[in-house]
Design a protein around this ligand. Structure first.
Ligand SMILES: Nc1ncnc2c1ncn2[C@@H]1O[C@H](COP(=O)(O)OP(=O)(O)OP(=O)(O)O)[C@@H](O)[C@H]1O
Length: 250
């Protein structure tokens, strides 16, 4: 039996985008609870453009992390499809999906998840080493990415010797080093002060964005809402607002 919470959330109509980087259709997600299950995403449709910073916002429990996890191929939906740059990712076998993620998706989290015994350059190189690139070459590319994020001079330090903002820049370098087509960020500025948070968002725009790449950022951080190109707001597992700015009253 499905537990359907009563909700007044009204979904916005789908804005169909030609040559969308990401196309989400009919996504439903249910989790088992007790003898039944609870539906937390309700037939979500969305298209995401490349070359834009798209924010996914909404109150705690509205479904943002579930949604981004499904878009990034780390959680299977109950129903529906996700196309990432033309690939229907849930039509892939498990092994193909793992490889697709390694090749095409970069992740940035609130907790930077840096390996404490590796230097900044080594941390930035991790996805390349995982993909079999020789260590020296991988580290050189890690260093180049740190330079793009203006922390080349910190390349030989360990994470604990860096500030929160610097650690987040190392984490962004790691997310971008293998030139993924899709970059997903879950609360990337939540642990940072206002100025470092804005700087991180500016850097995501300068370094992560290109016409060939989509960047989706889950955030509650209203200090950075003005930096979005597009804001999708979720409420009770539905997209209830789609625009350049937040609706009035937020
Ligand atoms: N594994 C699970 N089993 C049962 N319910 C779950 C599970 N994961 C998430 N949920 C529920 O799904 C809903 C959406 O959760 P989700 O984490 O996607 O929300 P969110 O908007 O990211 O919240 P937050 O901002 O607090 O991270 C919540 O009601 C949550 O309790």
């Amino acid at each position: 039996m499905s537990q359907q919470a009563l909700s007044t959330a009204q979904p916005v109509p789908l804005q169909v985008i030609e040559n969308a980087a990401i196309s989400v259709r009919g996504i439903v997600k249910e989790f088992p609870v007790g003898d039944g299950f609870i539906r937390v995403l309700h037939e979500i449709d969305a298209d995401i453009r490349p070359g834009e910073l798209t924010y996914l916002v909404g109150e705690s429990g509205s479904g943002k992390t579930t949604m981004i996890s499904i878009i990034a191929g780390i959680m299977y939906p109950t129903e529906g499809s996700v196309r990432v740059f033309g690939t229907d990712i849930y039509d892939l076998s498990d092994n193909q999906l793992v490889q697709f993620r390694l090749d095409n998706i970069g992740f940035v989290f609130q907790q930077y998840n840096l390996l404490p015994t590796l230097t900044a350059a080594e941390n930035a190189a991790v996805p390349l080493i995982a993909a079999g690139v020789p260590r020296a070459e991988a580290e050189d590319r890690g260093r180049e990415m740190l330079e793009k994020l203006n922390i080349g001079d910190q390349a030989d330090k360990l994470p604990r010797q860096l500030s929160g903002g610097q650690q987040q820049r190392v984490a962004i370098s790691r997310a971008l080093v293998h030139e993924p087509k899709l970059v997903v960020c879950d609360e990337p500025t939540a642990a940072l002060d206002a100025m470092s948070g804005r700087r991180v968002m500016d850097l995501l725009r300068e370094v992560a964005l290109s016409e060939e790449r989509a960047v989706i950022i889950v955030t509650h951080d209203n200090r950075v809402f003005d930096l979005a190109d597009r804001i999708l707001q979720m409420e009770d597992g539905r997209i209830t607002h789609d625009g350049k700015e937040m609706p009035d009253g937020h």
